[in-house]
Design a binder for this molecule. Sequence first.
Ligand code: 2P0
Length: 356
Amino acid sequence: MEENHFIAKKATPIPWTTFWEAPSNIALIKYWGKTTPQIPKNSSLSFTLSSSVTQTQITYQPAGSGTFDFSFYFEGVAKPDFKPKLQTFFKRIEPYVPWIEGYELTIKSSNTFPHSSGIASSASAMAALAMCLMDLELKLFPGMETELFHQKASFLARLGSGSAARSVQGPVTLWGANKIQDHSSDLYALPFGPDLHPVFSTYQDAILLVDKGTKAVSSSQGHQLMHQHPFAPQRFLQAAENLEAIVPVMKAGDLEAFIKIVELEALSLHAMMMTSNPYFILMKPNTLAIIKRIWEFRASTSIPVCFTLDAGANVHLLYPQDYINQVNTFIREELAVFCQKGQYLLDQVGEGAKKV
Ligand code: 2P0
């Protein structure tokens, strides 16, 4: 589908309030490197999460033609410092939602996961915002097909933050033009589809909070550094190969192959960071200590746990629901000690954004 397919018409403003929540997601095949506007250099695939969500309410107030303004509150507090990022977002999406002219928006947002937990909230935040926008678009132009509704929501979310494209639907989504999936696109993410092996629709993700501070290098800077990266062409090829390899694995439920690809992707992402110029390291000593324990636990129990990493020090421990008791005991007894203040979040794969 082309961009112009997503261009809506103008409409007379109406008062309207809508409230949506959208989850965070964790990439298995990583997006790292992009061109303007948020076009990924390689396709990515992720688990949509369930409990880690952003809830966003928008009140749309008609405010006279030619005007557009908004105020933003995070967890009940006005946050004017978030305004520039949101302004950039609204400017980017304006051609696709021209009906937005003539409104004053009050945007109220909050996260269910702890503030500054080192969990990237841009994906859930931008996806929740996109759902609220699409909700009014559907009200103004009834009859839009559900598929188009989701694709445009993902398209708008992507223009806010690339990985947000993958937070609209679940339990597994794929973003980026690829050879494997029909109708795949760099413009929006699509659900993996009905061929997904059932083991993955209840997969568990324990987020081990190793470091809750602000990252030394932001994801935006990290993406930027891929432009002159000496290994970038090889990395984009590797990601494409890993995507091609993981798709049949996710249909077959082959956990041994799944683990090999997922851990390779996590460490390849961080290898890109460590070999950027300037180079940087987001892992902490406890990130490595946890990885070592996970490998030992897997070797000694044959329980198919594995890890992945986001752009940060936290470790996502992934495991099938069948092993929840053994793994949660392992986390409590052996891994919590490496987490900041012993904190971790138990989440699982979920179905995507929903109306509150
Ligand atoms: C991902 N990450 O696939 C990768 C892996 C982090 C590590 O997408 O600049 O916040 O908003 O498009 O989506 C983080 O980057 O970047 C990210 P922008 P985003 O999830």
